[in-house]
Design a protein around this ligand. Structure first.
Ligand code: PSU
Ligand code: MN
Length: 302
């Protein structure tokens, strides 16, 4: 497996010295946001992780290697290049063996992070159970991967483009702890609230880190979803988002958008329709997650 891994010297140094590391995904750069905001955000997020005394490791597939830690130039390439694959678990062997550019989703990123022992991963929002999944069976591999891989995910809850209730049910089935930071109500990505009470909540990064330690010491392998509500000043009320989500889902259906193209299409549609308001919210929440992720990584001793 080692022969497929390419570890950035800074990340290697952090691994050797048991320093806190935060993994970051690359699909959000290539398929989740438009250029140049995507590159600016990816670099800003790395800087925040550094400001909070942890080492960022953005993960992507380049020329047959799983790269753990990217240079600024490589991040720029992922933000600009049009022929980048969105790589979930099922795509990994193909994209690696064909030596293609691959941006890793939550599922693929956490799997690669776990190969070198990184325990904390920060993103905007995870994939989950889509609305209408009872007919389409569209359930992200992010969710099933969370039961396989022992890497905690810091996200802003579950995007309201998904079925939040069904996603929470699925996470329960898989035995994955869902912990909201600092409030009882479960957040819905663009908004601090949802119709759901959070299954668990904790008020400090230290308590979250301690919970993770206990989980893994008990031999309860797998992830935990740490839901970090978007800062108040950037939130878009759920009822306002809902009409854009409905439009996006309807348009995706009319255009017969399927499979892995659904999530990027919906994100782009909503960003366009809200004149970038959803994009600003997305950027703000991922920065906020980077801070919490670094703080959790700091406190973690596993
Ligand atoms: N959520 C976002 N932006 C994103 C994604 C999720 O706000 O770019 C990406 C992540 O990489 C996630 C993927 O893993 O979408 C999920 O895709 P799917 O629903 O096709 O599994
Ligand atoms: Mn899907």
């Amino acid at each position: 497996m080692q022969s497929f891994l390419k570890i950035h010297p800074q990340v290697q140094k952090a691994l050797d010295n048991n320093m806190p590391i935060v993994a970051l995904e690359s699909t959000i750069i290539s398929h989740g946001m438009p250029y140049p905001k995507n590159v600016e955000t990816a670099l800003a997020v790395e800087q925040i992780v550094k400001d909070f005394a942890a080492v960022p490791a953005t993960i992507a597939i380049i020329n047959g290697s799983c790269c753990i830690g990217l240079s600024e130039e490589q991040i720029e390439t992922f933000g600009k290049e049009k022929n980048v694959w969105k790589v979930s678990l099922r795509d990994m062997p193909y994209v690696i063996s064909q030596k293609l550019y691959g941006a890793t989703t939550v599922a693929a990123t956490m799997r690669i992070a776990s190969m070198v022992g990184i325990k904390v991963f920060v993103t905007g929002g995870i994939g989950g159970v889509h609305r209408g999944a009872e007919k389409t069976m569209d359930i992200s591999a992010d969710i099933t991967e969370m039961s396989n891989t022992s890497v905690a995910i810091v996200s802003a809850g579950i995007k309201s483009i998904l079925d939040i209730g069904l996603t929470l049910e699925y996470l329960e089935t898989l035995g994955i702890p869902v912990v909201t930071y600092g409030q009882e109500i479960f957040p819905s990505f663009y908004s601090r609230e949802s119709l759901f009470k959070s299954p668990l909540s904790l008020n400090t990064p230290q308590e979250i880190a301690h919970m993770l330690e206990v989980k893994w010491k008990l031999g309860l392998t797998g992830s935990a979803l740490i839901a970090n509500p978007i800062p108040k000043e950037f939130e878009v009320p759920a009822y306002e988002m809902e009409k854009y989500i409905q439009q996006a889902l309807k348009t995706a259906d009319e255009k017969n958008i399927k499979g892995k193209d659904v999530t990027p299409f919906i994100l782009q549609f909503i960003a366009q329709e809200t004149s970038g308001e959803s994009l600003s919210a997305n950027i703000a929440l991922i920065k906020n997650n980077a801070k919490l992720g670094a703080e959790i990584a700091q406190s973690l001793v596993v």
